[in-house]
Design a binder for this molecule. Structure first.
Ligand code: GAR
Length: 216
């Protein structure tokens, strides 16, 4: 399966995915890294690893989201991409692209969805005082941070956490969770059935990663 990672910034999740793809026997290949931000640091990292990169800045398409996304879809076709992994891509996709690529776009979000959709999840988690936080990988739907959930990782919230320490702990979990979820999708083990993800040959505990190592 040929995968494209979409990034807008540093791309640490993209690197975790690329590392997994480079593992012998992994069912996906990182064929493209695409960004809407021309100087996204992750682009240089991808290029150093010999991964094709493309930039489609949204600025020139101001007011015409559909045209921006048609340009992106053309690039996906040119690179023969099968699956898109949003990895810190900070643009909401239009219904057109979501529908054209239905069940072929997945996203990682830094919360235990459906709680804490949107931005600044770590600060909001601390404000509300929940004891568990985490991250989710899901198929993308039209509504922001919604869609069938593939896998989640939970991390405890410590009494002395601030947004930065929580971010570090959740990010470490993201770097383990996203490759795991991509493996489930690329191998065909995870499929959308009736707006839930059905797993074949994988018992439930494998979709819940709660590694002590992530508790750094
Ligand atoms: C990650 O924490 C990712 O979950 C989050 O942006 C960060 C990107 O970091 N994504 C979202 O908030 C999307 N709703 P990275 O560029 O180092 O992977």
């Amino acid at each position: 399966m040929r995968v494209a990672a979409f990034i807008s910034g540093r791309g640490s999740n993209m690197v975790a995915l690329a590392d997994a793809c480079a593992t012998p026997g992994f069912p996906a290949q990182m064929a493209l890294v695409l960004s809407n931000v021309v100087d996204a640091p992750g682009l240089g990292i991808a290029a150093e690893r010999g991964i094709a990169t493309e930039t489609v800045p949204h600025g020139p398409y101001k007011g015409d989201r559909a045209a921006h996304e048609r340009a992106i879809a053309d690039i996906l076709d040119q690179h023969h991409i099968d699956l898109v992994c949003l990895a810190g891509y900070m643009r909401i996709l239009s219904p057109w692209l979501v529908e054209a690529w239905r069940d072929r776009i997945i996203n990682i979000h830094p919360s235990l969805l459906p709680a804490f959709k949107g931005l600044n999840t770590h600060a909001r988690v601390l404000e509300v005082g929940v004891r568990w936080h985490g991250c989710s990988v899901h198929f993308v739907r039209e509504a922001m941070d919604e869609g069938p959930i593939i896998a989640q990782a939970a991390v405890p919230v410590a009494a002395d956490d601030d947004a930065e320490s929580l971010n570090r702990r959740v990010l470490a979990a993201e770097h383990r969770l996203y490759p795991h979820a991509l493996g489930l999708v690329a191998s065909g083990a995870a499929r959308v059935q009736g707006e839930r993800v059905a797993l074949r040959g994988h018992p439930l505990p494998e979709t819940t990663i709660n590694p002590p190592e992530a508790d750094a």
